[in-house]
Design a protein around this ligand. Structure first.
Ligand code: AMP
Length: 193
């Protein structure tokens, strides 16, 4: 099972991804984690990526694609994988398509969790209010303003990716506003299992 989950912060991608990992015995591959590990290990890739990551910019497509290409042929990926944080751009998606083809592989699905952004913001506002009312600490980036910014950033970067995968016929859409278990059912239906 080879999958990509698309969806903005707060859409429930993390929850669904961990359920899919458990259900299908596949691995979740985060390019952010892989790059951070390379930086820590001081590999050639890590040395190239460090300054760019420190500046909060995107690492070059060649580097990220190389990291993914090496990782997906490792033994623990035999049953498949969910890509996390990759592809982030259309050129990366195109490169992924041809890299998979060259290995005789293809994606089973690209699943987009569609959400109502205003409802997500309201949900986050009430969560913050509840935490504060209970005397809890709220993280610095856990506020409606920065959340809206992340949503906008995601929309700008990701809309072209859903268009790309709609074009390849791999895109499936799920209503991410449904209850969590219902979203899982919809995903299972798409995957036919
Ligand atoms: P993340 O943990 O997904 O937020 O990624 C952390 C950092 O790793 C990002 O800010 C980028 O510098 C780099 N990175 C992760 N994934 C990618 C990607 N697909 N393309 C380019 N840079 C990436």
């Amino acid at each position: 099972m080879r999958l990509i989950l698309l969806g903005p912060p707060g859409a429930g991608k993390g929850t669904q991804a961990s359920r899919l990992v458990a259900k299908y015995g596949i691995v979740q591959l985060s390019t952010g984690d892989m790059l951070r590990a390379a930086v820590k290990a001081g590999t050639e890739v890590g040395l190239k990526a460090k300054a760019v990551m420190d500046a909060g910019q995107l690492v070059s497509d060649d580097i990220v694609i190389g990291v993914v290409a090496d990782r997906i042929v490792e033994a623990d990926c035999a049953k498949g994988f969910i890509l996390d944080g990759f592809p982030r751009t259309v050129p990366q998606a195109e490169a992924l398509t041809s890299m998979l083809r060259s290995k005789g592989m293809k994606l089973d699905a690209v699943i987009e969790l569609k959400v109502d952004e205003d409802a997500l913001v309201r949900r986050m506002e009430s969560r913050v209010a509840e935490t504060q009312a209970a005397g809890g600490q709220v993280r610095a980036d856990d506020n409606p303003e920065s959340f809206k910014k992340r949503l906008t950033e995601y929309r700008e970067k990701t809309a072209p990716l859903s268009n790309y995968y709609a074009g390849t016929g791999e895109l499936r859409t799920v209503d991410g506003m449904l209850p969590i278990d219902q979203v899982s059912v919809e995903i299972a239906t798409i995957l036919g299992a």
